[in-house]
Write a protein that binds this ligand. Structure first.
Ligand code: KG4
Ligand code: ZN
Length: 339
């Protein structure tokens, strides 16, 4: 089968819901087209505690879910009766948070008598590139970098994935978040580090890259310890923009090096970059350059499809619905689940 024909999509309007962590999101998708993608963030609430509090997250989803779905339909200019399927993230994530999206999805699918489908959150990230004007060919290699995951995946075709490299401890997003907290830049850390780094010197402080040798795995816990030591050693003399730029550089360098090694090992010709950390402009430009130099295609979704959103869940659902897949109403939520 040709690469283009591997990407078959459900060509009717579907509503997608994402509530696995701290964003309540609903989107309307038709084929590859994102008709709406509404995201209500709980960031302001979680900033008070420096992270996500599961009980509080679930309650905030309960409050937001109905208005967010209504807005997604309104922006798309559609009525509930125009929908032909309902998709929701059902794994992995915070169990209380996931349950809110799954319950809403079941109620809608039942009331409208249309198919229901549960999607793995990482498959959503992985297929977020389907929205691109020119989507990536299959097979390709995907670098998923989020708050909970750092994985290199061999993507044979939609639905057929093999993890070829992963972090042995913290995720890349955690390295940004923990580093930002140590530097007093707040939560969530990725964007704060990116902004602080703008005026900083990325070569001022030397930070470890984790794991040496010919590996395509990652380790970011040493980086967090090194930033802690740096703040202790420098005290009030620490230059925060330089430290942010150095931390960002350490993360970008290791992600780029491992991604290029994976491409080489797999004999792959196209790389996709997805997940919240894919919003990082420095990382996007470094991988663009590295892929150009090696003659690889490079694909990253628009910034608003990088951090958690329902549109990516709808895109993944679209590929599964096109293959005739759906779930019944006994569909459960799974806090832990492999891709
Ligand atoms: O995919 P995502 O929204 O949620 C998870 O599934 O985990 O990823 C969130 C992560 C956070 O760690 C956040 O700090 C990071 O993505 N992030 C960034 C940027 N924007 C968000 N990291 C680096 N640069 C950014 N601009
Ligand atoms: Zn995510």
């Amino acid at each position: 089968m040709g690469a283009a024909s591997l990407l078959r999509l459900f060509e009717f309007p579907l509503l997608a819901i994402e509530t696995s962590c701290d964003e309540t999101s609903a989107a309307v998708i038709e084929g590859r087209k994102v008709l709406s993608n509404v995201v209500s963030s709980q960031v302001a609430m979680h900033q008070k505690w420096g992270g996500v509090v599961p009980e509080a997250a679930a309650r905030a989803h309960v409050e937001a879910i109905i208005p967010v779905i209504a807005e997604a339909l309104e922006v798309a200019g559609l009525q509930k009766s125009d929908l032909r399927a309902i998709a929701t993230t059902n794994r992995p994530g915070l169990v209380g948070a996931l349950s809110v999206g799954v319950t809403a999805a079941k109620a809608l699918a039942y009331g409208l008598r249309i198919p229901l489908i549960g999607i793995h959150h990482l498959e959503g990230h992985l297929l977020s590139t389907v929205a691109l004007e020119t989507p990536p060919p299959f097979p390709h290699t995907c670098l998923i970098v989020s708050g909970g995951h750092t994985e290199l995946v061999d993507v044979k075709e939609p639905g057929v994935y093999r993890i070829i490299g992963q972090t042995r401890d913290d995720a890349a997003g955690e390295a940004f978040d923990k580093g930002a907290r140590l530097l007093g830049l707040g939560y969530p850390g990725g964007l704060a580090i990116q902004n602080a780094a703008k005026t900083g010197n990325p070569h001022r402080y030397s930070l470890p890259k984790g794991l040496s040798g010919d590996t395509i795995d990652f380790s970011f816990s040493g980086l967090k310890t090194a930033v802690l030591r740096l703040t202790e050693k420098e005290g009030p003399n620490l230059d925060v923009p330089d430290a942010a730029a150095s931390l960002q550089e350490a993360i970008i360098a290791v992600l780029t090096e491992r991604a290029m090694r994976a491409m080489d090992q797999m004999g792959s010709t196209a790389l996709t970059l997805v997940g919240g950390v894919a919003a990082n402009l420095g990382l996007r430009s470094r991988l663009t350059q590295a892929c150009e130099k090696n003659g690889y295609g490079f694909y990253a979704p628009p910034i608003d499809l990088c951090t958690d959103n329902a549109a990516m869940i709808g895109l993944a659902a679209s590929t599964r619905l096109a293959r005739g897949e759906h779930n019944d109403f006994a569909m459960d939520v799974y806090p832990n689940a492999d891709l």
